[in-house]
Every structure is written in structure tokens, then in C-alpha cells.
Design a protein around this ligand. Structure first.
Ligand code: SF4
Length: 331
């Protein structure tokens, strides 16, 4: 059992780049983030912000054209980039696991649900008999609220929501300390999405693992997570407790824009204010603060100097609006 004061995940000064014919393109820059046992942390960002690259980096699942150029990823105190392939194979799924965006591509279409869960269990628990593994698979089906009879089903015989529940069951089968969920409900309709999120929360409270929940859906993450990390152009530009995520609080202008973009369903008229412009091209980032072309508060210093991360009350924010005086400390 993890020590509650020791982070399950420690990301230190992490930078990741893609190797392209025109040179290295940075996708993740100078990221620092820790997640503690039992905590749910949301990672928010638009497409191309670097959030999925970060999720894959944590799992050490980056494809050949992506490389870690700087920093460390430690899970339960162990640097996963210093592990041998064998150590990593044993560690992955046992101590950390991942729920991918597309359940269909994560499951093997020609194997029953039972075989897939049993295989995952027996690959890591050498002494576990088939009968014991099936008993555990039944428990997992109960946990994700799928009828046990579907252990005999093939993935194509299940609905999209059920398939995603099976993927969650496999991810938590070995009781890992950390589960990375990369847009796990994006492909599902809103009603199924809601019931799966409620399920995730219940299971997490019951089993106690930590979650990094990656999504572009701001309101959904704010509801699920206790802290939210907001990514823009490969940088974590704000990390904030979820309960402070509302207009009226001091936020990074990008966070403020995301908050303004959430429709108010109780209002007479639904007005949504989007953020003007588009996310920047990672191959050609704006100078200074990468958000400056879209920011209503941008000044000369924003165009010239990249802001440092500062502690503003209980948040960490990377923006020149928060002066040295106002910030509690440099981070
Ligand atoms: Fe806007 Fe400047 Fe802050 Fe960047 S540093 S978010 S441009 S105010």
C-alpha cells in the first residue's frame, strides 16, 4: 500500500519532442506535476496541447518518433526510464495502467472478455490458477457493473459503453496505484459517459488508486477531479484545486477563457464565449508567452518574455499578470 505522503507519480522538468524531417518539435515542455495516492487529477487541453503525449510518456509508451529530451517520470519512487524492458513489463499494468480512448482498439476482437481479463491477470500473477483468475474476473465485472454472463462475450457483442467498462476492468484488475485515463468516454454518448464517470468515481473511492484523467472537456474534469492541470502549447500553464475553478477567482487568462466557454444551462439564453484564434503550431510557437496572440491582456512583455510559474494563493499559474509581489513564491 502506498504511503499517503509519497506521490504515486512524480513528473520532474519533463520535456518531450517529436523527431521530424525539419528537426525536433517540442510537444511537452518543463512539466512538473505530482499525484498523491487516491487523488484524481484532471489534465485538460485542446487538441495538440501535448496532453496525450504526456499520458503516453508517463506509461513509457511513446512511439519511435517521440523522445524524452529532459526530466524524469517516477512512479512509486522508481524512475520508469531507468527500468529494463523486463522490469517495465512487470511494473506496467501491475503498478500503473492506462485506459485508452478507443475501447475497440484496446480489446482483442477474437478473444472473449473472460480470456482477455484472465490473460492480463495470469501474465502478472504467476501462481494464479485459471479458476482463481475467473473468480477475479467475475469480481471485476461486478465492480464495473456488467452482467457476469458477458465474460463469455466477444467485444463486438457489447455496446460501446460496456466495452469501455471492460477496458476499465482490465486496467484495474491488478490493483495498480495509478491509472491514466486518456479521454476514456469521448467516443460515448452523453448519458453513457455520465454513468461511466459515476462508476469510475465509485470504484476509485472503493479501491483507492490515483487517476490522471486526460480530457478536453473542461466541465467534466472539473467535476471529477480534485485538482486540474491545464495544458497549453506543451506547458502546464495552471494547476488549481477544482473547487477554485470559477470566474471571480484569479486564473490564467486561458483558464478564464475555458470557463467563459462553458454554457450556463440555467440562463434564459445560452451564450458561449469562445477563445478567439487557434492553438499555436508547435513547430512555430509564438515568442514569449505562447498564448499572447489569443490573450486579451497581452502586453509587450508577454510577447518577449516567457512567464515563470508562480504560486498564486493555492494555484500555480504561468502568466505575467501575476506580479512577483502577488505571488507567494517562485516555483
Ligand atoms: Fe496573457 Fe501575458 Fe498572461 Fe500570456 S503572460 S496569458 S499573454 S497576460
Amino acid at each position: 500500500m502506498a504511503d499517503n505522503n509519497q506521490p504515486v507519480l512524480e513528473i520532474e522538468d519533463l520535456s518531450v519532442a517529436y523527431v521530424t524531417p525539419s528537426g525536433l518539435v517540442s510537444a511537452v515542455n518543463d512539466v512538473n506535476l505530482s499525484i498523491y495516492p487516491g487523488e484524481i487529477v484532471g489534465l485538460i487541453g485542446e487538441s495538440g496541447s501535448g496532453k496525450s503525449t504526456m499520458a503516453y510518456t508517463i506509461m513509457r509508451l511513446l512511439k519511435g518518433d517521440a523522445i524524452v529530451t529532459k526530466g524524469r517520470v517516477k512512479i512509486l519512487g522508481q524512475d520508469i526510464y531507468k527500468m529494463s524492458r523486463k522490469e517495465l513489463r512487470e511494473f506496467r499494468w501491475d503498478k500503473m495502467s492506462m485506459v485508452f480512448q478507443s475501447a475497440m482498439s484496446a480489446l482483442n476482437p477474437v478473444m472473449t472478455v473472460e480470456t482477455q481479463i484472465v490473460d492480463a491477470l495470469q501474465a502478472h500473477r504467476k501462481g494464479m490458477s485459471y479458476r482463481e483468475a475467473v473468480a477475479r474476473a467475475e469480481e471485476l465485472m461486478d465492480l464495473v457493473r456488467i452482467d457476469r454472463k458477458h465474460l463469455k462475450s466477444y467485444p463486438h457483442e457489447l455496446s460501446g459503453g460496456m466495452r469501455q467498462r471492460v477496458v476499465i476492468a482490465i486496467a484495474i484488475a491488478l490493483e495498480p496505484s495509478l491509472v491514466i485515463m486518456d479521454e476514456p468516454t469521448t467516443a460515448l454518448d452523453v448519458v453513457v459517459q455520465r454513468s461511466i464517470l459515476d462508476e469510475i468515481k465509485k470504484i476509485q473511492e472503493q479501491v483507492g488508486f490515483a487517476i490522471m484523467f486526460v480530457s478536453h472537456d473542461f466541465s467534466l474534469v472539473a467535476e471529477l477531479a480534485s485538482r486540474v492541470a491545464i495544458m497549453y502549447a506543451g506547458r502546464l500553464i495552471e494547476i488549481t484545486p477544482s473547487e477554485l475553478l470559477h470566474l471571480g477567482e484569479k486564473h490564467h487568462p486561458y483558464t478564464e477563457g475555458l470557463l467563459r466557454a462553458i454554457p450556463e444551462l440555467t440562463a434564459d439564453e445560452v451564450t458561449i464565449q469562445g477563445i478567439p484564434g487557434y492553438p499555436p503550431d508547435l513547430q512555430d510557437l509564438p515568442s514569449g508567452c505562447a498564448f499572447h496572440p489569443r490573450c486579451p491582456y497581452a502586453t509587450d512583455i508577454c510577447r518577449q518574455v516567457r512567464p515563470q510559474k508562480l504560486k498564486v494563493e493555492e494555484k500555480l499559474i504561468e502568466c505575467h499578470l501575476f506580479s512577483e509581489k502577488e505571488a507567494v513564491e517562485h516555483v
